[in-house]
Design a protein around this ligand. Structure first.
Ligand code: SAM
Length: 253
């Protein structure tokens, strides 16, 4: 990525930080907030169920933490969190959102290419909707290698990223949908072994559109999330994108 593109990406996220802290990092068009709350809940469930055996108090990296929505969930669950992001105004929102856990949280800017942490210093790392903005394969594998370096031996990397059936660049070159197979390949190239990948939801699932309009009562959200995963088990639909969770592991020694 050229310096110009890097600045364009940072400006994009800095601009979005003018919105409320959920619209800025999930769906800016969700004015009522239902869809963003639902998607944040899906993200949190997907992260937490992949971290069940990571001891409380361990240090986790929330890479591309944005306004700290996922970081707060990790802090509430009893872990320590380092949040890194390219956007200074979003990090400021994260500090505010996680102020109640200030003793266990640290938020800092990154250049988007490196992980400024010591070797073997984190028990697990997560990303949600971040690496899709890493368009170059070479830079992606380099960044994944940075995660591997910063993870303890055997440490876990959990990615929730958007995929398609075919590789596609979107949003004026800022974003790249990869296939699940490409994610497996890049993780392997960076030295990880991939435990599993799970399709969590499809972008245009009709239930989500109804939910966004306020037509799905809160009591049904959990059932809808289960239904989305059931549908996802059939794979990525040819006409849609899907949110996929990949769980990968750094080498043990
Ligand atoms: C869709 S938002 C998701 C925010 C957060 N992960 C969450 O769960 O709410 C994507 C975030 O990734 C950040 N980002 C994009 N590319 C990045 C990179 N190469 N390194 C670090 N952060 C990046 C953006 O600034 C933005 O905060």
């Amino acid at each position: 990525m050229s310096e110009h593109d890097r600045r364009a990406l940072r400006d994009h996220w800095d601009r979005l930080s003018a919105l409320d802290p959920d619209r800025s990092i999930i769906d800016p068009n969700d004015r009522r907030g239902h869809k963003n709350r639902y998607l944040a809940g899906l993200r949190d469930t997907a992260m937490l169920e992949s971290l069940l055996d990571v001891p409380a108090g361990s240090v986790l990296l929330d890479y591309g933490c944005g306004s700290g929505s996922g970081s707060r969930t990790l802090l509430q669950a009893g872990w320590q969190v380092i949040g890194l992001d390219i956007s200074t105004p979003l990090l400021q929102q994260a500090r505010t959102r996680c102020a109640g856990h200030a003793d266990h949280a640290m938020f800092a800017t990154t250049d988007g290419r490196t992980v400024p942490l010591a070797d073997g210093s984190i028990a697990a790392a997560i990303t949600y909707g971040v690496l899709i903005y890493c368009v170059s394969d070479e830079e992606l594998v380099h960044l994944l290698g940075e995660f591997r370096r910063a993870l303890q031996p055997g440490g876990r990397l959990i990615l929730v990223e958007q995929v398609k059936r075919q590789d596609r660049i979107a949003e004026q070159g800022l974003k790249r949908f990869r296939t699940i197979e490409a994610w497996h390949r890049h993780l392997t190239d960076a030295g990880f072994s991939v435990d599993r990948s799970t399709v969590l939801r499809h972008g245009r699932f009709p239930g989500t559109i109804a939910l966004q309009r306020g037509l799905v009562p809160r009591a049904l959200w959990r059932g809808m999330a289960k239904l989305e995963r059931l549908v996802g088990a059939a794979g990525v639909a040819p006409w849609d994108y899907a949110d996929v969770r990949l769980v990968a592991r750094a080498p043990s020694a």
